[in-house]
Design a binder for this molecule. Structure first.
Ligand code: CP3
Length: 362
């Protein structure tokens, strides 16, 4: 946790964008905001693309990915622009193919379930040639937003990607992965190790292409007990965090676990600059546990964006009050859903922009 307070103005005299400053541990004039899945089907402009063009083509054609990343920024002016991509996007570079089926979600037609399959995987040697669109998208976005917002890259954690690739699809019980976890843990650990090395290279590649902050999504942490989290997720995520930090010490990293609420203590030692909280977590309890200086992100229930305006205002105020004036990034506690009214996302962003007023004594 870098924590310096006086780096708001860079050497060239340009002020760094507020989300970047807060993620780095600095104090700021208000609470910054972005939303997980802000680039998505709740926007009519997005659906013009998603109705016509499949997910892989949309996310792997840089002109389209750039446009889809910018749509929510143009409409609602969140403080972060997250690249339009997916946590599964790097898998084909390792030899694991995937597709996203409308109404069903991602599928991996040939799941990875044996040690021989793990040993046959490719390494992430040259992302510039296997994933060129990621670099094109990030570098163009960085130019386009020009320090008016912070550009976010992201990856899935080793655990979440291993579970996706072993399962082949979302499964309520994570049947295949957990069977392997108990009968053949060496294969799971070998796969996690392989993904860890690949993700270190991939996160560095995103940073070198222009990402200013990178979030690690541990989306399937809810499938793990706190003890399992300590064996199968945290050590590998921590290796990614530390290796990226060693190479890019000034780039803030966010760790967000879906299902982190039962693992608040287990997340304490993570060396991410920011801890993302899911919406099941009581912000007040998390703040008390982690102390006033730890940067927290979250954690409004995304479903409240479907509630009447007063309810949205109330919930956001409560999160802002419980999270504290400093060291907080307002976000939802899980991705925005398709049925969310666009105005509600606009209001959510506006409430963060107005957070400095509430702070000024009258
Ligand atoms: O946040 C953003 O706006 C950036 C875009 C983004 C997408 N996926 C685009 C996407 C991000 C950050 C992700 C991450 C992601 N992908 C996660 C982590 C976040 C979380 O929800 O915990 C996970 C678990 C995935 C895997 C995945 N990919 C799912 C569950 C789905 C949705 C399946 C469905 O049909 O609802 C996808 C596909 C996907 N990735 C969509 C979007 C907007 C929806 C399908 C489409 O646009 O065609």
């Amino acid at each position: 946790r870098s924590g310096g307070k006086c780096r708001a103005v860079a050497e060239n005299g340009v002020t760094d964008p507020i989300l970047l400053r807060v993620a780095r541990g600095e104090e700021a004039e208000r609470t910054p905001v972005w939303l997980m899945r802000q680039a998505g089907r709740f926007m009519a402009d997005f659906r013009k693309y998603s109705d016509r063009i499949g997910f892989r083509e949309r996310s792997e054609t840089s002109e389209i990915a750039i446009e889809l990343s910018l749509q929510p920024w143009r409409a609602f002016k969140p403080d972060g622009v997250i690249m339009f991509s997916d946590i599964l996007t790097p898998l084909p570079a390792l030899g694991i193919e995937f597709d996203v089926i409308k109404g069903k979600g991602p599928i991996i037609p040939v799941p990875v379930r044996s040690l021989d399959q793990v040993k046959a995987l490719r390494t992430m040697d040259d992302p510039a040639s296997t994933l060129p669109f990621v670099a094109e998208t990030l570098s163009a976005l960085r130019k386009e937003i020009d320090e008016q917002a912070t550009l976010l890259g992201f990856v899935g954690t080793p655990w979440t990607l291993a579970a996706y690739a072993m399962e082949g699809k979302a499964d309520k019980h994570l049947l295949k992965t957990k069977t392997i976890m108990y009968h053949d843990p060496a294969t799971l650990h070998a796969f996690l190790d392989h993904l860890t090395e690949a993700l270190i290279a991939y996160v560095c590649f995103q940073i070198e292409s222009g990402a200013q902050v990178v979030q690690l999504f541990d989306s399937w942490a809810h499938h793990l007990s706190p003890t399992q989290f300590e064996e199968f997720s945290r050590p590998y995520a921590e290796r990614v965090l530390q290796a990226v930090k060693a190479k890019h010490p000034s780039v803030p990293l966010i760790f967000h676990a879906n299902g982190g609420t039962g693992k608040l203590l287990q997340m304490t030692p993570l060396s991410s600059d920011v801890l993302g909280l899911d919406w099941n977590t009581e912000m007040r309890e998390a703040r008390a546990l982690y102390g006033p200086k730890r940067v927290l992100q979250g954690n409004v229930d995304p479903m409240i964006l479907l509630a009447p305006e007063e309810v949205i205002r109330e919930e956001v105020s409560r999160t802002l009050a419980d999270g504290g004036d400093q060291h907080l990034i307002l976000n939802v506690g899980h991705g925005v859903i398709q049925q969310t009214p666009e105005e509600a996302v606009g209001l959510f962003c506006q409430l963060a922009r107005e957070s400095h007023r509430a702070r000024t004594p009258v």
